[in-house]
Ligand binder design. Structure first.
Ligand code: 4AD
Ligand code: MG
Length: 449
């Protein structure tokens, strides 16, 4: 048997009632009752209560328990008991206990800490129950995405992170010098590469980190975030929206099924997640503008002198957080908004043949303040039109020659979208801020740890 299987983990305890186990982990907390100690033990797979009763152990073992501090690493042996009073339902009656390293002055104590302090100690904060639960949900969301797409014939294709061109506008590019070849950028999106791969494999997805030099300090923006981007040949906008709904429904059901304990730790109201079943809501941009106007939500327009005026929301503007919130007050399930004004969307989107002012674009907004979790579109598949768009957007045509090739050699209708992993995890966990749902957040004012 492999050596790492010779000791047990907290997650195995329900199967080991009455048996002696060896656990290796850390002490999250300790309560002293004189001849009795309660230890809150964690080993990464879960938390459990360990009880040390003086008459059951040697004087050396009891001395070690007396000395042990918060976050010391330990190895212990004991007997598993089922006990409804123990947090988690199981406890270990300790017989042997050894300290591996005695921690001193662990900075995160059970008292409340400010979020800046916690972010500075993110490398340690990850150990706390709430952060532990969020990272598990994050892992489950990614597992669900891969499960869903793999089982539906989408091939995973990894896109490069260093790129020579912009995908989502030139204002949010992180730039660097690339040897003698001039400027390179950190990828804003794997989409253009996914399009190439879709012409090779039909249905593909990219999954990886993407970068935006956003100067925004909102609860929804990171400068480095993860995105899954499915792309499919022969998909039109309707197919794209259907795929997006199927994927999000699958993710939420998967998390409900596999992360019950984590959602409980997070105090998440799961009834709201149970409602996330197809069909979702679907409205056009124009219908969304009607909702915004009916609710009297104004547009804050910045003036050249730095001032601001409030205006009735004009058709043609992109939505900001106040508009998205107003729309989503109407809905308990996610809502797809489709057919945005082409002027506010990316160069690669196909125009609506019924109204060339509109792009065949779609965004999915999540309820409960989740905001935009998906952005996608049908792609422009005509060579001449795409070339014209590159010019209109002042993009360097030379850098896009390979992309234009996809329209030169066997162009087909195709569509795809990007789902932000952190936006999705934030919504599903109910976290207040996106910085809590990525292990090491990169934001305007934070790159350490
Ligand atoms: O709407 P976006 O910019 O779309 C694209 O990048 C397309 N190329 C995707 C595609 O069609 N393949 O970004 C997609 C999603 C957003 O809906 C949001 O969930 C997330 O990525 N996102 C961010 N998440 C965190 N921080 C940021 N700064 C984000 N910008 C976008
Ligand atoms: Mg978007």
């Amino acid at each position: 048997m492999s050596r790492y299987l010779t000791y047990q983990r907290v997650s195995d305890l329900p199967k080991l009632v009455g048996k002696e186990v060896e656990l290796r982990g850390w002490i999250a907390d300790k309560t002293d009752k004189g001849r009795l100690y309660f230890l809150r033990f964690r080993d990464g797979s879960g938390f459990c209560q360990c009880v040390v009763f003086q008459p059951n152990v040697t004087p050396e073992t009891f001395a070690a328990v007396r000395e042990v501090t918060q976050e010391s690493s330990v190895v212990l042996r004991g007997i598993v008991r089922q006990d409804a009073r123990a947090p988690g339902g199981y406890e270990v009656d300790v017989r042997e206990f050894r300290i591996l390293q005695r921690a001193q002055g662990y900075p995160i104590t059970p008292k409340e800490h400010g979020v800046e302090f916690l972010l500075e100690h993110r490398h340690l904060w990850l150990r706390s129950p709430r952060q532990h639960a969020i990272m598990r949900v994050r892992a489950a969301v990614i597992r669900a995405i891969c499960d869903f797409l793999d089982s539906r014939g989408f091939v995973r294709i990894d896109a490069p992170i260093l790129t020579a061109s912009a995908c989502e506008g030139t204002t949010t590019l992180f730039e660097l010098e690339y040897f003698d070849l001039g400027k390179a950028y950190l990828s804003q999106s794997g989409q253009l590469y996914a399009e190439a791969a879709a012409m090779a494999h039909g249905r593909v997805y990219t999954l990886g980190p993407t970068f935006r030099a956003e100067r925004s300090k909102t609860r929804r923006h990171l400068t480095e975030f993860w995105m899954v981007e499915p792309e499919a040949a022969f998909f039109d906008l309707e197919d794209d929206m259907d795929l997006a709904e199927d994927l999000v429904e699958y993710i939420v059901r998967y998390v409900l099924e596999h992360c019950e304990a984590e959602l409980h730790t997070l105090g998440r109201d799961v009834r709201k997640l149970e409602r996330v079943r197809r069909p979702f809501h679907r409205i056009s941009y124009t219908e969304a503008v009607e909702i915004i106007r009916r609710k009297g939500v104004k547009l804050h327009r910045k003036l050249p002198d730095g001032g601001e005026v409030l205006e009735d929301f004009p058709w043609g503007e992109d939505f900001g957080a106040p508009q998205e919130e107003a729309i989503m007050e109407e809905f308990e399930k996610p809502c797809i908004i489709h057919r945005y004004p082409a002027a506010v969307k990316a160069f690669y989107m196909k125009r609506d043949p019924d109204n060339p002012e509109l792009a065949l674009a779609m965004d999915m907004l999540a309820p409960e303040g989740g905001g935009e979790i998906i952005g996608g579109s049908q792609r422009e598949d005509d060579y001449d039109t795409l070339l014209q768009r590159l010019h209109e957007h002042n993009l360097p045509v030379e850098a896009f020659q390979w992309y234009l090739d996809l329209r030169r050699y066997g162009s087909v209708p195709h569509s795809g979208f990007g789902l932000g992993i952190e936006r999705t995890v934030k919504w599903i966990t109910g976290a207040q801020h996106i910085r809590e749902v990525i292990p090491f957040p990169r934001m305007l004012y934070r790159i350490v740890p």
